[in-house]
Design a protein around this ligand. Structure first.
Ligand code: GLA
Ligand code: CA
Length: 779
């Protein structure tokens, strides 16, 4: 009996040991091949949530949903640019109250992992860095640049003031803090990482382990001896392969997948992304069985409200507002089929003392009957005060961070057409002469010119430029907005640079957007304009604004910035959290810079995230085009090694080339698909050449119906995305070809190839040929 009691006591004690609700000092440590809470082994099962992507009123709901999934930890990024929107002015209140968020997580007996950057990526504007850093034009972000480091230290100290006391050692629930984010995909700079580590420690995070996350292919590049190394990869990845090198280099550490991608993010103009739930659950099961800790990125993605979405590059590609991510908990906090599958798995892997709570009720959903907005304030009739500049300047130089900017100048008379060339449009331009719309320029497509008709003397040229998200990944994060360099007028005879600009700035805040001369709307306006309307509710609840008849812009409801809309999709609705609505009258303001097809709006009970309405932009093979290699001689004919991971192939000679063609002849699985995750091309010294100006000129087949597998995925810097020929045997068979224009001539000596990350996936190319050419191939 005594023995039994003692055993019970031990069980109860160790049960409480793993609790995140210790009000007294506890410990979290790295033991041999395991994490330890108060000396007890634990596997971290973390749910990544982003407080800024969830209305504060719903924080607790989403935390409880994560707990109901069976998780024991929450993992968050800290978004520097949302806390320090103006240099030196910090905001950690309300929606930004990270200490309160942490306490709520602890209230539900969960641990917290904090990833304070300074850079976070996360498909968030500039990867979380404040735009005003770019006011120092030559700043080298994410480097030892003195100004960057000075501001980083100030920011981190502020984070420390909020969170350092919430470390587990001081009675809080913070068990681990991450240093920087995936730096290996950006550069090699150990002194910089070491400095960030010290800044994090100096901010007070010196009582819990510090970690570093990267990819299996590059983690050792910046790995510091005193940090815990963790690896990021997605659903379907070959897990043993992902941890192979790490386990060899550090056989004693606990393994952790610091981001296991449950789904993926959406870009404007590209197919909505989903990932298979069985593959996700199988990956997590395998990790649990092997005692590998993980953070599920995202458990709940939520919404990138307002203008906070980022972009990827190359090629420039801005993010949608929905960050649903195909995660187990949907954008509006509902349990999806993935949720139930995962809960079932995690229910069989609970910690000692961990209880699986009931799934919290979901938040009620409402519909809003269709209505029109009855007031309008055209942008051109509501110009703010002008700035003057001789030479064109980017938005940052007018102290403007986000929104739209109008550049206006006068033209000399011309009785012939002239080509207007803008270098560069960041990110979407609309050109007008004497108030008449002439054409648009879309950075995503590399458009930078329009043809102007003959003009009178002193005709007014307007170039309205809308900034979409700043690039959040890779070296292109130095992303200035507006017009970045110059504007030229070109005819056969002359080429002049336009000077002497009036500049009007349109920021994105509600105060600015609502303070307009709104007039009763009669009929249609096809100019860029702010629209205002009201709708009445007898009951509030979550809803999805149906934007399908609107062009391109931003929406505010009751002063809350909901996000961006764009007719091209795939996102066609905007999530409105019910907590931002009220009974009685509600206000809506829409800025539409393209203008609506029809002025009507309604609230749906469900989101539309998968309706693309842009034709022809996605694939890289024109009607009737067939790559003709009959007269070409391959530089190399060879066989890829089987399995996952990078392969380096040398030609054994250097070849002068601009066009690179890889032709796959068959696959290891004897299927008809070809898939490539990434390609790098090596110069004469064996170094990777820049991919910034690469273009896909041809791909014989691309899957865009069942998934987002276009050929440009071979150089989108993401190892988990890939080009795939059409899945269906009847439409696409070997040989498969991809042709890349390198943007300039290079002397090249070989290439690097990364197949898909999944074990035994189809599309693993076996035999292949490489063709190189200075001039274009024949089609
Ligand atoms: C990386 C980054 C994350 C996020 C994901 C993709 O792993 O670390 O911030 O950008 O990719 O969603
Ligand atoms: Ca890729």
């Amino acid at each position: 009996m005594k023995k039994l009691l003692l055993a019970l006591f031990v069980i109860i004690l160790s049960g409480t040991c793993l609790s995140a609700q210790n009000t007294e000092r506890a410990t979290f440590e790295i033991g041999k091949n395991t994490f330890l809470v108060n000396g007890e082994p634990i596997v971290i099962k973390a749910a990544e949530l982003h407080y800024s992507r969830i209305p504060r009123e719903y924080w607790e709901h989403r935390i409880m949903m994560s707990k109901a999934l069976g998780m024991n930890t929450v993992c968050i990024y800290i978004f520097w640019n949302i806390h320090e929107q103006e240099e030196g002015k910090f905001d950690f209140s309300g929606q930004n109250d990270i200490a309160e968020f942490s306490r709520l997580v602890q209230k539900h007996d969960m641990f917290l992992i904090v990833r304070p950057g300074p850079y976070v990526c996360a498909e968030w504007e500039m990867g979380g860095l404040p735009w005003w850093l770019l006011k120092k034009k030559d700043i080298a972000l994410r480097s030892l640049d003195p100004y960057f480091m000075e501001r980083t230290r100030i920011f981190m100290n502020e984070v420390g003031k909020q969170l350092a006391d919430l470390q587990i050692t001081r009675g809080g629930n913070i068990i681990m803090v991450q240093v920087e984010n995936e730096y290996g995909s950006y550069g090699i700079d150990k002194p910089y990482i070491a400095e960030i580590r010290d800044i994090v420690k100096d901010a007070g995070f010196n009582e819990v382990p510090l970690s570093q996350c990267d990819w299996s292919s590059n983690f050792e590049r910046n790995a510091l001896d005193d940090l815990l190394w963790t690896i990021n990869f997605g659903t379907g990845a070959n897990i043993d392969q992902q941890f192979k090198k790490l386990s060899e280099m550090r056989p004693d550490i606990p393994l952790m997948c610091s981001e296991f991608w449950s789904g993926w993010f959406d870009h404007w103009g590209k197919k909505h992304e989903t990932r298979n739930s069985t593959a996700m659950v199988n990956g997590l099961r395998e990790m649990l069985e092997k005692n590998i800790s993980f953070s599920l990125y995202m458990a709940h993605g939520g919404t990138t409200f307002g203008h906070w979405g980022g972009a990827n590059s190359p090629a420039y590609s801005a993010m949608c507002s929905s960050y649903d991510y195909d995660a187990p908990i949907s954008e509006s906090g509902k349990a999806t089929p993935k949720f139930y599958e995962l809960r079932e798995l995690l229910s069989r892997h609970l910690d000692k003392g961990q209880k699986l709570i009931d799934i919290p009720d979901s938040i009620p959903t409402i519909s809003i009957p269709q209505f029109s907005l009855n007031e309008v304030a055209p942008l051109f009739h509501n110009l703010p005060e002008a700035n003057y500049t001789e030479n064109i300047k980017s938005m940052e130089e007018f102290d403007q961070g986000w929104g739209s900017i109008l550049y206006r100048t006068k033209l000399d008379a011309s009785n012939e057409e002239q080509l207007l060339i803008v270098t560069d449009v960041h990110d979407w331009g609309q050109v007008y002469v004497d108030g008449k719309f002439i054409g648009k320029m879309d950075r995503r497509k590399g458009e930078n010119s329009v043809i102007l008709p003959p003009v009178r003397q002193d005709a007014v040229l307007d170039i309205l430029v809308e900034a979409m998200g700043r690039v959040n990944f890779g070296v292109a994060i130095h992303d200035f907005k507006g017009i970045t360099e110059k504007v030229e007028l070109k005819t056969q005879k002359k080429n002049i640079e336009l000077k002497g600009w009036e500049v009007y700035n349109f920021p994105v805040d509600y105060a600015f957007s609502s303070d307009k001369q709104f007039k009763k709307l009669s009929g249609k306006t096809d100019m860029p304009a702010y629209y205002r309307g009201t709708f009445n509710l007898t009951k509030t609840g979550d809803t999805f604004l149906n934007m399908t008849t609107w062009g391109k812009g931003l929406v505010w409801v009751n002063g809350y910035a909901l996000g961006r809309f764009w007719e091209i999709g795939p996102q066609q609705t905007l999530y409105v959290p019910g907590c931002w609505l009220k009974e009685g009258e509600n206000e809506i303001i829409i800025l539409d810079i393209v203008s609506p097809e029809e002025n009507k709006i309604s609230g749906l009970r469900y989101p539309i995230l998968d309706l693309l309405r842009e034709d022809g932009i996605q694939t890289h093979r024109k009607e009737g085009e067939n790559l003709d290699l009959s007269a070409e001689k391959p530089v190399l004919e060879s066989t890829f090694a089987p399995g996952n991971g990078w392969q380096t192939i040398a030609f054994g000679q250097s070849v002068q080339t601009r066009y690179f063609c890889l032709e796959g002849l068959n696959s290891y699985g004897n299927d008809d698909m070809a898939a490539i995750a990434e390609l790098e091309i090596l110069d004469a010294d064996g170094k990777r050449i820049s991919r910034q100006n690469w273009k896909i000129v041809y791909a014989d087949s691309e899957e865009i119906v069942k998934a987002n597998n276009t050929a440009d995925k071979v150089f989108d810097l993401q190892e988990s995305t890939f080009w795939n020929s059409r899945y269906s045997r009847s439409v696409a068979k070997y040989p498969h070809q991809i042709v890349i224009d390198l943007g300039a001539e290079y002397s090249i000596s070989g290439f690097q190839y990364l197949p898909r990350a999944e074990a035994d996936a189809p599309g693993m190319i076996k035999d292949y040929r490489i063709y190189l050419k200075k001039e274009s191939f024949k089609y």
